[in-house]
Design a protein around this ligand. Structure first.
Ligand code: BG6
Length: 484
């Protein structure tokens, strides 16, 4: 099966912070892959704007190295790399001064799609926006892309939204949550809304509980300063896990259109109950399995920041009243595994009697790695000996099911940047959505800050703190194992 690639319109994409880490790891390699697949028209141009004292040649060298490092060998070739590099420009700009802006203005073409990627610290957004306007580079048609962290609480997020709103309309602002660009995350919507099978059961009457797990093996070394301020709640739950929760819990949007989808997600966030302190477990990894401790990684022995969090939350609406959602994420866990598991209730009456090996139906949507879907169903155990039940998985790996096409799952950034050029905001967060997510997060963080809550230590390479198990045990439930 060959993927159908629809080329986008000609564009100028300016990446502020174009020589930074995100550009190197994600943006440039992602753009190259879209170029190689034929999605980028020959007139497309990528202009890096940064403060580094380098020229166009040096930036191309930087981009060539990024492609080599982050695009697998069988997905790149010398010819297309060279053609791709021809599309790159570099301008040295001073965000706080006037240097470089006239040169940038001269480069931008008025008759193509213009997008500005703010891959810089949020504190610089205001200055950037002001200079773009002062030099007549940005107008009412252009698009701006901003990265997380989008604020670190409601007040800072509001301030950022206000700064952007001074210069751009909401329809021009693309707030990235890269989880929304992941193929399997988009698949949540396809599974729910393109099949009749699940929707009738998708409510508290039939769903016992939902588990959302994003487990990582990496630690926080190298980004300790940011992470120690943020912690797992603000780094992962407020955005990525919240988005997953929204896609699972939301009502069907009337159409797959930006505001229709985002309106439904916003309703979920607004319906979230406040989380009780007893429904949260925070953890911090200690040294183990050859890894340094969190405190060593961030260089702060007294840190009270969590590198793991598990919590139980309710969506207080008609559909979900009585179905808890359990969220869990952490660094330095035993495996990298992200999945959503929807556990269904028992059949109303068992004709087979008690204790015949019955287990609940569970639908597991595996986000990464080994993307796929698994449904636990009960069958009769073969052979004589009466009616004994056995659970078996209906197991679908997307890579196998989709053949060659399935093996080439695009990176989230590829999809998202092309959506910016196409002008499709469906997979981007709206300002009110981000603010609602912070409004739910803030009291939780404030509560443990007020009582100087100390996270529970857990061994690096383990499944997280013991108390996280208790969070479910006391409800008579269990976490699924974190396995690769
Ligand atoms: C980022 C977080 O947004 O997402 C990181 O800041 C985290 O802490 C990363 O490691 C996880 O993304 P992925 O795509 O590797 O699951």
């Amino acid at each position: 099966m060959v993927a159908r690639v629809i080329p986008v319109d000609p564009f100028d994409l300016v990446i502020f912070g174009g020589t930074g880490d995100l550009a190197r790891r994600k943006i440039v390699p992602g753009l190259y892959r879209r170029f190689r697949d034929g999605q980028m028209p020959p007139e497309a141009r990528i202009i890096a704007a940064a403060r580094s004292e380098i020229d166009r040649g040096a930036f191309r060298q930087f981009a060539a190295e990024a492609v080599e490092e982050f695009v697998p060998q069988d997905r790149r070739d010398a010819r297309s790399i060279s053609d791709f590099l021809d599309r790159l420009e570099y301008v040295k700009v001073d965000i706080h001064g006037s240097e470089g802006w006239p040169e940038l203005a001269a480069l931008i073409r008025p008759d193509v799609v213009r997008a500005f990627y703010f891959s810089v610290a949020p504190g610089l957004f205001g200055d950037l926006a002001r200079r773009l306007h002062a030099h007549d580079i940005a107008d009412g048609d252009c698009r701006v892309v901003v990265e997380k962290p989008f604020g670190n609480d409601l007040a800072t997020a509001r301030a950022l939204n206000a700064t952007l709103a001074e210069h751009f309309s909401e329809g021009q602002v693309y707030r990235i949550d890269h989880y929304l660009g992941k193929e399997t995350v988009q698949n949540l919507m396809a599974v729910r809304f393109a099949n009749i099978l699940f929707e009738p059961l998708w409510n508290a009457q039939y769903v016992d509980h939902v588990q959302i797990t994003v487990a990582e093996t990496v630690g926080v070394a190298g980004r300790g300063a940011y992470y120690d301020e943020a912690g797992a709640m603000r780094d992962m739950v407020q955005n990525h896990l919240m988005q997953l929760l929204c896609l699972i819990a939301m009502e069907p949007p009337f159409r797959f259109e930006p505001d229709a989808v985002r309106d439904e997600k916003l309703k979920v966030i607004r319906a979230l109950d406040p989380v009780e302190p007893r429904d949260i477990v925070r953890g911090q990894y200690r040294a183990g399995n050859g890894c340094a401790s969190y405190a060593e990684d961030v260089g702060n022995d007294d840190s009270l920041t969590e590198s793991f969090i598990a919590l139980r939350v309710h969506v207080a609406n008609w559909r979900w009243k009585g179905t808890p959602f359990y969220l869990r994420t952490g660094k330095r866990l035993r495996a990298r595994a992200s999945e959503i598991a929807v556990t269904f209730r028992e059949p109303p009456h068992s004709i087979f009697g008690e204790g015949e090996g019955w287990k609940e139906n569970v639908l597991v949507i595996r986000l990464q790695p080994n993307e796929g879907m698994k449904l636990r169903v009960m069958i009769k155990e073969p052979g004589p000996g009466g009616m004994r039940l056995k659970d078996v998985p209906l197991d679908m790996s997307f890579a196998e099911a989709l053949g060659e096409h399935g093996a080439d799952i695009p990176d989230a950034y590829e999809r998202l940047i092309m959506d910016v050029i196409r002008g499709n905001q469906t997979l981007f967060m709206r300002g009110d959505e981000v603010e609602a997510a912070w409004a739910w997060t803030d009291p939780v963080v404030a509560e443990w800050q007020a009582r100087e809550d100390r996270p529970e230590p857990y061994d690096a390479g383990s499944s997280g703190p013991e108390d996280a198990l208790m969070l479910m045990h006391r409800d008579g439930r269990r976490w699924r194992e974190i396995s690769p």
